[in-house]
Write a protein that binds this ligand. Structure first.
Ligand SMILES: Nc1ncnc2c1ncn2[C@@H]1O[C@H](COP(=O)(O)OP(=O)(O)OP(=O)(O)O)[C@@H](O)[C@H]1O
Length: 243
């Protein structure tokens, strides 16, 4: 479904953030990318979504070369991205945003289900404006509800657990388990450090120092991540891939 071949990305000062990444994500898979802070995970997610452009390499989605495609074009092709720090829009309600994400009208009951799934009481939130009065955790959950409504072929979540309280985190795991049951031909790519999210992955990818240092089925990779304090997948053996 998604193929990255030899993808590299540098920032303005010449620092190489992604180094020759080869990665394939098959349809119907729930894939978690983990690794030490600063390893390049968010940069990789943004490169797949089209927010950042690689200096070299090719990105293919369903066989089509999308390397030069914009974020909007990729969204239209079916790549959805849930931001680590979601944007807030003045004058637009939660209802409007979820409908926009779904691409049209939605029965009220379905709108409410998306909000309930992320632990928000629909009657309290559906007509709220998406503005600064919402807390970081609330807006994050709304962003996840929008991703559920979008039903993209590939949905990318960058640290969905960030800023979410423990009760909502338990809910979030339920949401991902539900998504995992329902994905069929679609795929989910999650950037996360959380053991409970790693535990429900089909595949785990470890990214450290801009390189993929391990990749494989959860049962192969997770025991190594949990084994010791220092992660055996870190190239310098000093980083901590799992927190
Ligand atoms: N625009 C930029 N200019 C300079 N350095 C950058 C830029 N963007 C990212 N970096 C650096 O690239 C590295 C990778 O950043 P990235 O946010 O992708 O890491 P990450 O693996 O998602 O980290 P975390 O787990 O802390 O969220 C970091 O060292 C970061 O400081």
């Amino acid at each position: 479904m998604l193929q990255l071949e030899n993808v590299s990305l540098s920032v303005d000062d010449g620092k190489e953030i992604l180094k020759h990444i080869d990665l394939t994500i098959e349809g119907g898979k729930f894939v978690v990318i983990t690794g030490p802070n600063g390893g390049g995970k968010s940069t990789l997610a943004k490169t797949i979504a089209g927010i950042l452009s690689p200096a070299e390499g090719t990105i293919r989605f369903h066989g089509e070369d999308i390397t030069g495609r914009s974020i909007t074009e990729r969204a239209n092709l079916g790549i959805g991205f849930a931001f680590q720090q979601p944007v807030r829009f003045k004058g637009i309600t939660v209802r409007d945003m979820i409908r926009l994400a779904a691409g049209g009208e939605l029965p009220e009951s379905q709108l409410c289900t998306y909000l309930c799934d992320v632990g928000l009481c629909a009657k309290d939130y559906i007509d709220r404006e998406l503005n600064a009065s919402l807390s970081g955790g609330e807006i994050k959950r709304i962003e996840i509800a929008m991703s559920l409504a979008r039903k993209s072929k590939l949905t990318i979540f960058d640290e969905p657990e960030a800023g979410i309280d423990l009760w909502s985190f338990n809910n979030l795991i339920e949401v991902f388990l539900k998504l995992r049951r329902e994905i069929q031909g679609s795929s989910i790519l999650i950037i996360s450090h959380q053991e409970r999210i790693l535990e429900i992955a089909d595949e785990i990818v470890v990214l450290a120092d801009g390189k993929i240092t391990a990749q494989g089925p959860r049962d192969q990779i997770l025991p190594h991540l949990l084994k010791g304090e220092s992660c055996s997948f870190c190239p310098n053996q000093e980083g901590f891939c799992h927190e």
